[in-house]
Design a protein around this ligand. Structure first.
Ligand code: BEZ
Length: 388
């Protein structure tokens, strides 16, 4: 009888303790980082990873109560390899969450794979509208921007400066084309006219023939989207050609973010629009910049902020579901009502899961993209074609 009582007691204690033991030994959360670690966007990929890891480290290495285990793939900014690359993370490594990427063409393949498999995806850069437009899904989020956001703001600024004609120049792929279209939309609404749209294949850096064409067209202004190593080369070539003295160059802020050290005096004075600047002078941003500089012996840029915020967004979602990524509806609901305390300034997430954020006007002074005012307040991408 005594033995029976003791057995019943032991069983009861075990079953009560079981959920606690399970919670304590929750497996690590597998985070798949798919980013460019080689090629023209390599520096951007590294900055995103640095930012992401910094936020996780600030939380003691855990998000939503779970330790993080990283799996990495170099996507090389190569769209033809994108589906195979993302499947290495989804099928081979069986990651719980995908973070990536920089290049819009690669990110669209990631979005398709995330949608098909139901894996949570947070895009920490790529700006193609489709990701939070026609391809939008309850499990897809962006911590960055759409190309339209900074470009539209710049078109408005250029028109208000009184420029009447502009030539655009960019790489021929989704990001470049959408950036130019956003600029054109606002510039022409404001009374200007885009008279020529020049392109070259990604990631080609042979700009000379196109610069000669710009000189012959004599527009009032030039608008461009280039980023990473391509942006460094373009800004240097534009100045070396002598065009910088006669035709003002405007860009989405990727033109001068993370690139100023390499561009040197060629970038001095350039005006751009973006959702970050180097001297926002807020407590949040100062703390972030100090912490980043201490950890990596580098100054952060917009890509580092977007990586940091991708981790913040993941943390918000995971906290709401206590680390259980299968609860996708609750995960999404938490982000949809969140106010993300970003170094760029607080932002919210639109219905289609893209940041609603201020776009800043910046001017290059020395090695900084100096804040020169708010170009457009709380700009929301229209999320065209998104049905959720
Ligand atoms: C893109 O491909 O979407 C992109 C790449 C670099 C900077 C900004 C956008």
């Amino acid at each position: 009888m005594k033995l029976l009582r003791r057995t019943i007691l032991a069983l009861a204690t075990t079953s009560l303790a079981a959920p606690l033991a399970l919670a304590q030994s929750a497996p690590k959360l597998k985070v798949g980082l798919m980013l460019p670690y080689t090629g023209t966007y390599a520096a951007l990929g590294n900055a995103i990873e640095n930012g992401f890891r910094l936020y996780v480290a600030e939380q003691g290495g855990k998000l939503g109560g779970r330790e993080i285990e990283y799996f990495k793939v170099d996507d090389e900014s190569a769209p033809p390899k994108a589906t195979d690359n993302v499947n290495k993370l989804i099928k081979r490594d069986q990651v719980d969450v995908l973070i990536g990427t920089v290049h819009s063409g690669v990110a669209m393949a990631m979005a398709k794979a995330a949608k098909d498999s139901g894996t949570i995806l947070i895009v920490p850069n790529a700006g193609a509208g489709a990701i939070t437009g026609t391809m939008c899904a309850p499990n897809i989020f962006r911590s960055s921007f759409t190309m339209w956001q900074s470009a539209y703001a710049m078109g408005d600024v250029a028109a208000k400066k009184g420029h009447k004609t502009a030539v655009t120049i960019t790489w021929k792929y989704a990001a470049g084309e959408e950036s130019v279209n956003g600029f054109k939309e606002a510039f022409e609404k404001g009374g200007g006219k885009v008279v020529k749209q020049l392109t070259l294949p990604f990631p080609n850096e042979e700009f000379q023939a196109l610069l000669t064409e710009i000189a012959a067209s004599k527009p009032d202004a030039v608008y461009t989207f280039f980023a990473g190593a391509g942006a460094v080369k373009f800004v240097k070539d534009y100045a070396a050609s002598g065009l910088k003295k006669s035709i003002p160059l405007y860009g989405a802020g990727f033109l001068t973010d993370g690139t100023l050290e390499a561009q040197g005096a060629a970038a001095d004075g350039l005006t751009t629009t973006l959702h970050y600047a180097d001297n926002l002078e807020t407590k949040r941003d100062k703390e972030f910049r100090l912490s980043y500089a201490k950890s990596y012996k580098l100054q952060p840029d917009v890509y580092a902020v977007q990586g940091y915020d991708a981790a913040q967004m993941l943390g918000i979602g995971l906290n709401a579901v206590k680390g259980d990524v299968s609860k996708k509806t609750e995960f999404a609901a938490a982000l949809e009502k969140a106010r993300i305390d970003s170094p760029r300034g607080a932002f919210t997430i639109s219905k289609s899961h893209n940041p609603v954020q201020d776009i800043y006007l910046r001017q290059v002074t020395g090695k900084e993209n100096t804040f020169a005012g708010i170009a457009t307040k709380a700009l929301a991408d229209p999320g065209r074609g998104c049905k959720m």
